[in-house]
Design a protein around this ligand. Structure first.
Ligand code: ADP
Ligand code: MG
Length: 169
């Protein structure tokens, strides 16, 4: 079967780290169990900042969100419309083998949880097609980042209100 390229759904400038975190919060408001968000971008692009905003929106009691850099994954219990769901925040920068990915639980995460994946390129062919691609790129030398979101399936409809939610329009 021919692979279906993710369709570009939106692009927007994020003026500062706070806006990137809020973009994460808006994505969290659209999230459902089984969602997989691949967070693309170089070191310092803002992937963790966006993930923290996402987690903070669904796990309000969580005060500090530790970066999972040294553990590969950190999980958080969340509640979506009364349904318990685990958020899995992966940082796969140090992932070496596919086997390691199974050891940290990708199968369970992809099946039932909500997965936020930094350095998704490390998964190679284990990265599911059924995902949302969230890409952060630096824009000039200041705090601005360019956010691109691409996905298939029902994501186009789910993201319809993203821009106005983020910009407060
Ligand atoms: P990554 O996980 O992609 O390596 P981080 O989120 O850990 O990136 O770090 C991004 C750094 O850049 C933080 O120090 C953050 O304060 C800073 N920053 C400046 N502007 C932005 C922005 N618009 N979005 C995200 N982070 C920003
Ligand atoms: Mg990071």
């Amino acid at each position: 079967m021919k692979p279906v390229a993710p369709e570009k759904l939106l692009e927007i400038e994020l003026a500062d780290a706070d806006m990137t975190a809020r973009a994460g919060g808006v994505l969290a408001s659209l999230a459902r169990p089984g969602d997989i968000l691949a967070l693309w971008g170089d070191l310092g692009a803002g992937k963790t900042t966006l993930a923290c905003g996402f987690i903070a929106a669904l796990v309000p009691a969580q005060e500090a969100v530790p970066s999972p850099t040294f553990t590969l994954v950190q999980t958080y219990p969340a509640d979506i419309d009364g349904q318990a769901v685990e958020i899995w925040h992966f940082d796969l920068y140090r992932l070496k083998t596919a086997e390691e990915a199974y050891e940290v639980g990708i199968e369970e995460a992809f099946a039932e949880g909500i997965s936020l994946i930094e350095w998704p390129e490390r998964l190679g062919s284990l990265l599911p097609r059924r995902r949302l691609d969230v890409t952060l790129s630096p824009l000039g030398s200041g705090d601005s980042r360019w956010l691109t979101i691409a996905g298939n399936g029902d994501w186009a409809g789910r993201l319809a209100g993203f821009r106005s939610a983020l910009l407060g329009e």
